[in-house]
Ligand binder design. Structure first.
Ligand code: SER
Length: 318
C-alpha cells in the first residue's frame, strides 16, 4: 500500500485532499505537511502531521525518508494576486519548493504530482477553447512560475525518470477552506456573502469569463491522474482541465434561483482584473478526457445548489 506526502496540507486544496486520501489509503498512509503548526482539523483524523517549510530541501527529504513515501503531492505555493504583491518571494517559494519536491522524488524514486494553473497562459494565448499545447507567455510572476514548473516536471520525467504528473487547475470553489490571495477567489467569496448578506461587490468586472471547478471534481482528478495507466499518458504534466466557464453575473444568476433578492455590484480591482484578462475564457480539456478519463460531475447549477445547501446549513447553526 502506498504512502503519500502532501505539502500545503492546511491550504485550500490540501485540507480536503488529506481527508480524501486518508479515507482511500488509510490514515497512516498520508503524511500531511504544512509550514503551519498543525491546525485542529477533526475531518483529517489522527494521521501523521509534520511542520515543513518546502524551501528547506534537507527537511523535505528527511520527512519523506522517515515515512518512506511512494508519492509526493506538492501543493505549497503562493497564488496569483499574493504573488504579484511580492514577486521575489513568489519565485522563491514556488520554484525552490518545487525543485526540493522534485529532488526528493528523484532521490526516493517516487511519484510526484503538482498543480499548474490556467495562469500558465497569457495574453497571446488563444482565449477560447484554449488547446492543451499552445502559446504560453504569461505576464504574471505566478504564471511564470507555473510554466517553469510545467517544464521542470517534464524535464525530471525525461532526464531522471521521475513519474511526474499534473493538471492545470482552473479557479477552485469549495465551502471548506477559503483560498488565499488568488484572482478567482471572488467565485468563492460570492457564495459566503450571498448567504450572510444577500449581496456581494465583485472585484472582477462583468463579462470576464474564467474557467472554474468544484472541489470534489478537483480532488477526484488528482486521484484519477495519479492512478492512471502511464502507458496511456501522452502528456504527463499540465493537463488542461475545466468543469465550467463563467463571469460574475452568471454566478449571481445561479444564486438568484435560490436567493432571489441577491444583489451583485462591482468595484473592480485593476490588478486582479488585469490578471483575469490575461487568462483564457475557457480551456479545452480533451486530452485529459482521452488520456485518463477526466469527467467532472458538477456544472454551475449543481455546484451552486451544493455550495448554498452547505453554507446555509452552517449559517443557520447557532
Ligand atoms: N485560482 C488561482 C488564482 O486565482 C489560479 O491558479 O491564483
Amino acid at each position: 500500500m502506498k504512502t503519500i506526502l502532501v505539502t500545503g496540507a492546511c491550504g485550500q486544496i490540501g485540507s480536503e485532499l488529506v481527508t480524501k486520501l486518508r479515507s482511500l489509503y488509510g490514515e497512516d498512509h498520508v503524511v500531511a505537511t504544512d509550514i503551519r503548526v498543525a491546525v485542529d482539523n477533526p475531518a483529517q483524523g489522527d494521521g501523521p502531521y509534520e511542520t515543513l517549510d518546502v524551501t528547506d530541501g534537507k527537511q523535505f527529504l528527511e520527512i519523506a525518508k522517515k515515512y518512506q513515501v511512494d508519492a509526493v503531492i506538492h501543493l505549497a505555493a503562493l497564488l496569483s494576486a499574493k504573488a504579484e504583491a511580492n514577486p521575489q518571494r513568489a519565485w522563491h517559494l514556488n520554484m525552490t519548493g518545487l525543485v526540493n519536491g522534485l529532488e526528493t522524488a528523484r532521490e526516493l524514486q517516487c511519484q510526484f504530482f503538482t498543480p499548474s494553473s490556467i495562469a500558465a497562459f497569457g495574453p497571446s494565448t488563444p482565449q477560447d477553447q484554449t488547446p492543451q499545447d499552445t502559446i504560453q507567455r504569461p505576464n504574471t510572476i505566478y504564471g511564470v512560475t507555473k510554466v517553469s514548473g510545467e517544464l521542470l516536471c517534464d524535464y525530471y520525467y525525461q532526464r531522471f525518470n521521475v513519474d511526474t504528473r499534473g493538471v492545470r487547475f482552473p479557479g477552485l470553489i469549495s465551502y471548506v477552506t477559503p483560498p488565499g490571495g488568488g484572482t478567482t477567489d471572488y467565485a468563492v467569496e460570492i457564495y459566503y456573502h450571498a448567504v450572510q448578506h444577500k449581496k456581494y461587490t465583485s472585484y472582477i468586472a462583468a463579462g470576464t469569463k474564467m474557467d472554474m471547478m468544484y472541489m470534489p471534481d478537483a480532488l477526484d482528478a488528482i486521484v484519477q491522474l495519479m492512478e492512471a495507466d502511464p502507458t496511456k499518458l501522452v502528456h504527463r504534466n499540465a493537463f488542461n482541465i475545466s468543469a465550467m466557464s463563467f463571469a460574475p453575473e452568471d454566478v449571481a444568476a445561479a444564486i438568484r434561483a435560490r436567493i432571489p433578492e441577491f444583489l451583485l455590484t462591482f468595484d473592480v480591482d485593476p490588478i486582479r482584473q488585469r490578471i483575469a484578462e490575461s487568462w483564457p475564457n475557457s480551456i479545452d480539456s480533451r486530452c485529459a478526457v482521452d488520456e485518463w478519463g477526466f469527467r467532472p460531475r458538477y456544472d454551475l447549477e449543481s455546484m451552486t445548489k451544493d455550495m448554498l445547501d452547505k453554507l446555509l446549513a452552517r449559517h443557520r447553526m447557532p
